[in-house]
Design a protein around this ligand. Structure first.
Ligand code: ATP
Ligand code: MG
Length: 259
């Protein structure tokens, strides 16, 4: 995208390396005997889209909730924008789209959006209208959520996560159930947010989405298997495509596409 030297953005050719926006050190989260996050270190910089990939139960949602300050780690530390997490004041700077549905079914589209906007300090109705247009729900603003289709609810959840224009954005499988055209538009929007300096961490099981990320973080059983660009991950795995790389790194024999 050719955007360099934005404050907090990606490093330009002549600039100092950007300071990390999200840092995690020795992160662990256990639930009883389950090690959902089992020793993760991260250093994520602004102006980039990070793709978080991993099989079901590998710890993606748990990791996102820890980084977003919604759960406390069993051990290890996290800082976001230089502030130790969890931090209540920082919630206004964080956008989080949950994997499940966090909407109020009886309230309308507009009421849901207004609620989330107020929670994060966004008082400008133009910001609400703008994000509703982006997710193409402007004409459904008075409809109660219970009357929306599944994909429309995902779109509204995304709008609620982005309405306060946060610089740090966590999206947990944001495009599940979203049709291909809108999915494409969402990714263009994510790219625009990154170009303006935001840091995005997006979990996904869709490999063509993973290809649109600047950096990939592959996890399994709560640990990072590999991290790098899509090309780097493929090269290190020695596979022709990302899906095969992922299968190979996951240790599934005969599934690496190299036969
Ligand atoms: N609140 C909880 N209580 C107990 N166990 C939990 C809890 N949350 C997550 N786990 C466990 O932690 C592990 C990681 O779960 P997590 O939801 O982070 O996986 P995920 O990578 O997001 O999976 P998916 O792709 O299915 O969304 C799983 O074994 C899960 O059962
Ligand atoms: Mg999950």
């Amino acid at each position: 995208m050719g955007v360099t030297n934005l404050p907090g953005g990606p490093p330009g050719l002549d600039s100092e390396p950007a300071r990390p926006v999200i840092e995690a050190d020795g992160l662990h989260k256990t639930f009883g005997t389950i090690r959902a996050v089992d020793g993760i270190d991260l250093s994520l910089t602004g102006g980039r889209i990070y793709g978080l990939l991993g099989p079901n139960g590998s710890g993606k949602t748990t990791l996102i909730r820890l980084l977003a300050g919604l759960a406390r780690p069993s051990s290890g530390s996290i800082s976001v924008l230089g502030t130790a997490m969890p931090s209540r004041p920082l919630l206004a700077k964080i956008g989080y789209m949950t994997q499940g549905e966090g909407l109020y079914a009886e309230l309308s589209v507009w009421e849901n959006l207004s609620f989330f906007a107020a929670m994060s300090g966004q008082r400008d109705p133009d910001a609400l209208r703008e994000i509703l247009d982006i997710v193409e729900l402007g004409d459904r603003r008075t409809a109660p959520v219970v009357e929306l289709s599944g994909g429309m609810r995902r779109r509204l959840s995304l709008a609620c996560a982005l309405v306060h224009r946060p610089p740090v954005i966590f999206l947990d499988e944001p495009t599940v159930g979203v049709d291909p055209v809108l999915r494409y538009q969402f990714w263009d929007h994510f790219r625009g947010l990154a170009a303006a300096g935001a840091t995005l961490l997006v979990s996904s099981h869709v490999m063509d989405e993973a290809d649109r990320c600047d950096q990939l973080i592959l996890i399994r059983a709560g640990r990072v298997l590999d991290m790098g660009t899509s090309d780097e991950v493929r090269r290190r795995a020695g596979t022709p495509d990302l899906e095969s790389a992922f299968l190979k790194l996951s240790g599934i024999p005969g599934m690496d596409g190299s036969r």
